[in-house]
Write a protein of this length. Sequence first.
Length: 277
Amino acid sequence: MRALLSILILTLIGVGIYLMTPQGRQLVDRVQINMQRAENKALHNAGKSLPGTPDLASLGERLAAQGVTSGAPVFIRIFKLESELELWVEKEGRYVKFATYPICLWSGRLGPKLREGDRQAPEGFYTVSAEQLNPNSRWHRSFNLGFPNAFDQAHGRSGSFLMVHGGCLSIGCYAMTDAVVDEIWGLVTAALDTSQERFAVQVFPFRMTERNLKARSGDRWASFWADLKTGHDLFEQNRVPPTVSVCKGRYVFEPGIATSTAPLIEERCPPDVATNP
């Protein structure tokens, strides 16, 4: 009996040590992601709303409660591991979080999209203009994230038609269900028609806490995620999306200006970066 107990204890210790390795952390993340996907698919196939879905029938009341209006500038953040999309609306020169929507399905693992056909949902910083919207999408309605952006191109990454759309199927996109994408569509089109030429979309692997980054410090994408966190934190500080550019193959961030239109993400080195070796 004592021998069996010792074996059990050693096994549990071994499992605990393994789960602290990069491979173990990836396994934990994959299990969480796959469980969420299975639950979301089952609910969607049964015609039920996903947990956390706002009351879509009370859009006007929800806007009024937040003190914002349809047509005001918008900003979107996506968190893959948590399967959440946030929509923020500008109010008095800063952005307030209007809604958090559950993502029904995204494909691939944590980490950026690398090439056409890898079925990987992208991570990074993107901008969306009216030309990127498709009201007649095969997935109800959609907007193109604009992958590959200047950063993706600098790293030789390829892919096309990476969307946020309706339904609950994905081969590299973020599927929101038809009902949810209708609400998002209404707010982003109103903003583009009224106050914005482009809106910003930030896509992260997970909630960008120090704890989450530390738990994945050995991952091959750890330094990339640390750069994403810099842009994430800049928004958290002042609630204005940062100005994003690409310099020497890395994202570079500057404090954003409380303006309605997100600047295009281009190859541009700020003077202090350009002069450094």
